[in-house]
Design a protein. Structure first.
Length: 260
């Protein structure tokens, strides 16, 4: 199993969870210290893992790193970044980086690893998208757009694989906020209905989903209402979203700071 961005957050926890269930883990991250630490934790827990420093926005580096990996049956496109600024406050560079990491890298990583899965007649391509891909929120123009694209990417790939009668599967994960530090500072108005998710639980759900052949996971269950609510007129839809305080969740966002 290959996991991008597994040097931190749910990527690391998915690596630990999958290793516990017997998978050999390949960690790809641009952060060497984080990737090495994940490998150390996996090995300490009795598993097998390797770390490669890869910037997944670098197409040539992705292709070269994929060549060096052994057969990969599961790829988890997990690496992600967030800007956390309004449309006019975000820098051009931050906006581009969001799309490069959250959207375009899905293409480079998946195109490098999918042929092997097709040849072997098995595999799963996992996309860690976000509930933000289902619902736009203030200070997330780039992030929400990049995650909506990630959902579209996975759904179209699923259609192509279905058309080709391929046994290779896809799984898309659309969680609300997760307590990893990536969205440090966000607040939720009704924590019982829309809790900030426990990263261990989120990671377990994804790995269990891979094992069971699940194609879509939305967390918490309340988020499943979003597509249903879209049947309402826009003004009513927005009023519901505002009632739940969604549009102010980012008011106190600090995230991981400008360099992350
Ligand atoms: N934390 C949340 O609230 C939340 C909510 C919904 C979805 N998600 C998604 O879950 C995924 C993981 O998020 P997390 O909270 O664990 O974040 P995190 O910041 O803890 O981990 C992200 C990892 O991606 C790596 N990364 C970033 N850019 C990279 C690049 N160019 N090349 C290689 N690696 C790169 C980072 O070094 C880091 O190790 C992301 O796709 C994120 O958008 C997170």
């Amino acid at each position: 199993m290959l996991i991008t961005g597994a040097g931190s957050g749910i990527g690391r926890l998915m690596a630990l969870e999958a290793a516990r269930r017997g998978a050999t883990i390949a960690v790809w991250d641009r952060d060497k210290a984080g990737a090495d630490e994940t490998v150390r934790q996996v090995v300490e827990a009795g598993g097998a893992a390797s770390a490669t420093v890869v910037d997944i926005t670098d197409r040539a580096a992705v292709a070269a790193a994929a060549e060096r990996e052994g057969p990969v049956d599961v790829v988890i496109n997990n690496a992600g970044v967030v800007t956390g600024a309004t449309l006019m406050e975000a820098s051009d560079e931050a906006i581009e980086r969001t799309f490069q990491v959250n959207t375009l890298a899905l293409f480079w990583v998946t195109r490098a690893l999918l042929p092997g899965m097709l040849d072997r007649g098995r595999g799963t391509v996992v996309t860690i998208a976000s509930a933000a891909g289902l619902l736009g929120v203030a200070k997330q123009t780039d992030y929400a757009a990049s995650k909506a694209a990630a959902i579209g990417f996975t759904e179209s790939l699923r259609a192509e694989l279905r058309d080709a009668r391929s046994p290779v599967r896809t799984l898309v994960f659309m969680p609300y906020y997760i307590d990893t530090g990536m969205f440090e500072g966000v607040r939720t108005r009704f924590p019982l209905l829309l809790p900030i998710l426990d990263p261990h639980k989120a990671a377990r759900r994804v790995i269990r989903g891979v094992e069971r052949g699940t194609q879509q996971i939305v967390m918490p269950p309340m988020v499943r209402m979003v597509p249903v609510l879209r049947a309402l007129p826009v003004r009513a839809f927005d009023a519901v979203v505002d009632f739940f305080g969604i549009n102010h969740t980012m008011d106190h966002f600090v995230g991981r700071g400008p360099s992350r």
